[in-house]
Design a binder for this molecule. Structure first.
Ligand SMILES: *Cc1c(COP(=O)(O)O)cnc(C)c1O
Length: 271
């Protein structure tokens, strides 16, 4: 097992060398040992970023994102200690939750959801991080009430201003949060975002600043639960931790490069 303290700590690339924000995929993990190694490396980077920001690493949750990864490999990931998994698409998540039910995994749905899929989510998901409309809140609440369940939710915000990203506009967040308490099966935990997809670190930092400001306003108003901030992916989680993230959603740095393009999950620039 790799000793996390022996891993090189990340350092910012020299200006003009590598992009500040990059995909940083690990070699594809297949065996339990592979997963242990990749997990330890990511956890070490999280801890280093937390220390650099004067934060307690224990307050940063690592949510491994398992989309596109087949179930046999997820069994190995689970054996290596991964007990929660994030999935972007509801059909894929539902299939995995069914076929891996014996593992007791905590399933977080982190992708945009159509109202007509609310029933599926209410049936299997432990958490939903992409709430972005009251219609969806209502549909989820109705299904959850019928099932006698509650669901942890994060409100997704479009912090980048990119027309391609899902989520509420920042100036709509306060009213949206204030309207959620009537949906009593939804337990509001915080806010979620995808930062700008760019190698301009300053633009990425600005996304995280917007999120933190919205979260702090929500805490003041008492509308954002315990004020979690789900932000940061394989390419930008260190910047996100510096910006106050309490949940990083990391796929490729743990599982390896994905065979599918990001445009399958959110429209990308130029797409
Ligand atoms: C895929 C995905 C991630 C993880 O992206 P990586 O680049 O694999 O770390 C994070 N958040 C959402 C919403 C995703 O769909």
């Amino acid at each position: 097992m790799t000793d996390p303290s022996s891993l090189p700590s990340p350092r910012p690339p020299a200006p003009g060398s590598e992009p500040a924000v990059q995909a940083s995929a690990a070699p594809t993990a297949t065996t339990v040992e592979d997963f242990r190694r990749n997990l330890a490396a990511v956890r070490a980077r999280i801890d280093a970023a937390a220390h650099a920001a004067d934060r307690n690493p224990a307050e940063i949750r690592l949510l491994p994102v398992s989309k596109t990864v087949p179930e046999e490999r997820l069994r190995a990931a689970h054996a290596a200690g991964i007990t929660q998994m994030g999935e972007n698409k509801v059909q894929e998540a539902k299939r995995k939750a069914t076929n891996l039910a014996d593992l007791g995994i905590h399933w977080a749905l982190i992708g945009h959801l159509q109202t007509n899929k609310a029933k599926d989510v209410a049936a299997f998901a432990d958490e939903f991080q992409a709430l972005d409309s009251l219609r969806l809140a209502e549909a989820l609440d109705r299904r959850l009430q019928a099932a006698g369940r509650g669901l942890d939710v994060y409100v997704q915000v479009n912090s980048s201003g990119e027309a391609s990203k899902f989520g509420l506009e920042p100036d709509a967040v306060a009213d949206f949060l204030a309207a959620l308490p009537v949906y009593s099966s939804l337990r509001v935990r915080g806010l979620m975002t995808l930062a700008a997809h760019t190698d301009d670190a300053e633009r990425v930092r600005e996304c995280f600043r917007i999120m933190r400001t919205l979260r702090d306003a929500g805490l003041q108003a008492g509308t954002v639960g315990d004020g979690q901030l789900s932000m940061g992916m394989s390419g930008d989680f260190e910047l996100a931790i510096a910006g106050g993230s309490t949940c990083v959603r990391v796929g490729q740095a743990i599982f390896g490069a994905r065979p599918t393009p990001d445009s399958l999950y959110w429209p990308t620039n130029g797409a």
